[in-house]
Write a protein that binds this ligand. Structure first.
Ligand code: NAP
Length: 291
């Protein structure tokens, strides 16, 4: 494929990795251009310099659509966690993308979305399936990188992992593996109208995760297993917005019920290499949790 590739959420966890991988893995045909879109164009320039065309883009502001979508052939679509109004905010942007000539959308979705009709991603998938644009759905398990973002402070400051899932297992995936698959689906043929369940190579209990973190950092990290209500109230008390705390509690409830333990071989099948193991992730990000 040639033509412009638009990456939304360009300075976020996954979008930034997608750009890195598109830029460095030789995925692009000659003449291809990466257009990076996010709320703050200066952050894009700071992160990627001349590697990309930087554009200010806000799903909630229709006046930003034209500059983002003009000349774009394929698009990496990320639903920013702050946006729950899919019909009012995300779908109008997709209408505009299609009208501007976008032909293929690679969408960052959730593992198990088929059963989670109440989650915003479900409506986005439903829209894309009916749209004239082709699509690739990346249905991902929990990100390993949640531990150096959402759970960073508790690990670094309190030496604990505070997750309400008991002994349920999670097949977490490194966002670098998601990005590798996204870069391929954005730049190479053969991925139209396919949905991929993307997971890590193994499903671990959080007790095992805490042990690996302890070994990696040389200090004891304890797994706390609060009740769901304690988890929810503690996050409210720590200042997490109500809606976020609710979504987190809901996701961990499904984990506790065994819905996050599926392991697939899709990452290896598509990229030709094994997914990054939790040990490797922990070693690469150890500095995030240093005292
Ligand atoms: N975490 C998980 O375990 C997991 C698992 C599966 C799927 N997912 C899905 O992955 C997605 C999140 O990916 P991520 O972690 O890469 O997100 P992220 O790091 O939060 O990045 C989102 C980016 O979008 C930007 N943004 C916020 N509001 C915007 C708007 N109105 N218009 C345009 N851009 C906007 C943010 O800018 P600011 O930072 O300036 O706000 C940020 O740069 C969600 O849809 C989530 O459901 C997450």
């Amino acid at each position: 494929m040639t033509g412009k590739i638009l990456v939304t959420g360009a300075v976020g966890n996954v979008g930034a990795e997608v750009i890195k991988q598109l830029g460095s893995m030789g995925q692009l045909s000659e003449g291809s251009v990466i257009r990076a879109a996010d709320l703050d164009v200066s952050k894009i320039r700071e992160k990627f310099g001349d590697l990309v065309e930087a554009v200010t883009f806000d799903f909630a502001k229709k006046e930003t659509y034209a500059a983002a979508f003009a000349g774009v052939e394929t698009m990496f679509l990320l639903r920013p966690p702050q946006i729950s109004d899919v019909k009012g905010i995300i779908l109008p942007a997709l209408d505009a993308a299609q009208a501007a000539g976008v032909r293929h959308v690679v969408f960052l979705s959730l593992l198990g979305i088929e059963r989670a009709t109440y989650v915003p991603h479900y409506k986005i998938e439903e829209y894309l399936v009916k749209s004239p644009m082709s699509w690739t759905f990346l249905r991902c398990s929990f990100f390993m990188q949640n531990l150096n973002s959402t759970h960073r402070q508790e690990i670094r400051e309190r030496d604990e992992l505070f997750v309400p899932v008991g002994r349920a297992r999670t097949s977490s995936i490194d966002v670098r593996d998601i990005a590798a698959v996204a870069a391929i689906a954005l730049s190479q043929p053969g991925h139209a109208n396919k949905a991929y369940d993307l997971t890590g190579a193994e499903a671990l209990e959080y007790g095992q995760v805490a042990r690996i973190l302890s070994e990696t950092m040389g200090r004891k990290i304890s797994y706390r297993n609060p009740s769901l209500s304690r988890f929810f109230l503690t996050h409210l008390w720590r200042g997490v917005p109500f809606f976020f705390a609710l979504v987190m509690a809901g996701l961990y409830l499904s984990t506790r019920n065994g819905l996050a333990e599926l392991v697939t071989d899709e990452v290896e099948r598509i990229t030709g290499r094994k997914p990054i193991l939790f040990q490797e992730y922990a070693a690469d990000y150890a500095a995030s949790w240093a005292k």
